[in-house]
Design a protein around this ligand. Sequence first.
Ligand code: ADP
Length: 294
Amino acid sequence: MTGIVVLGSTNMDLVAYVARAPKSGETVTGREFRMVPGGKGANQAVAAARAGGEVAMIGAVGADEFGEQLRHTLIASGVDTDLLRTAEGLSGTAHVVVDDEGGNSIVVIAGANHTVTCLGPGDETLIATAGTLLLQLELPLSAVLSGAEAAHRHSVRTILTPSPAQPLPSELLGTIDLLVPNEHEAAVLTGIADPHAAAEALLRQVPQVVITLGAAGSLYATRGAEPVTVPAPRVSAVDTTGAGDTFVGTLAVALCEGRPMREAMGWASSAAALCVQRHGASTSMPYRTEIEAS
Ligand code: ADP
């Protein structure tokens, strides 16, 4: 394949909508419940496949009903799940409480994702044939590092979304071609709040950085060139969940097609803008025809 491999997480998001989140020891009656297939890895895989990429997913679901649903969601969007393992035990879950102010609190239980500590049989062979490997930080770091090193060995482009934000070992950053943090993650990685200054600091560790800036768009920086800012389309956002994953998945497809970075970022911004105008994460990710028509 010359497409995209995602080494990442799958989670079932269990979302309770309430007027006000309960305090410790308190019970409140919620308004609505939704079950949404998610996990940053699976979300990026769905976004890339819907944008027209040839996509395969490496990771694990649990041997439960959620696992079957998570696998089915990927397949339904055209993602190859042959190397997505079914691990003993439960799938990953995210327990989300969303209140009427739009605030949320989330408990993530890694479940099957926790079993992915290294590459499995066939994983490196698949990565070696890919154009791009997409990585995030919801799997054990040992697996992320093995995947990135395998890609690096075979000259496959690596794109890392450093989420959940945490300090990263230089041996991992040394294998990354493009780092795509949001503003908050860039600040955690560098200790610098200003995105331009943070991008400059990150360029000491990776050759290319795209920092996503929410409604303000995205910023591209590479060594030896002036940074480029690409604005986001002005839209009225109803739910920004999954915006970053839509951006990265779509960006990867455009780069695999050989488009220059500025054009790829424009395309990714159009896709992310469509995503934020709808509820949900994987459910709100646009198809290629929609991106091209926007
Ligand atoms: P994350 O979802 O990881 O927090 P951001 O909030 O930076 O990341 O959003 C990622 C991308 O999604 C942005 O670069 C932008 O292109 C798009 N986006 C996010 N929020 C909006 C918005 N309110 N209007 C238009 N585009 C948005």
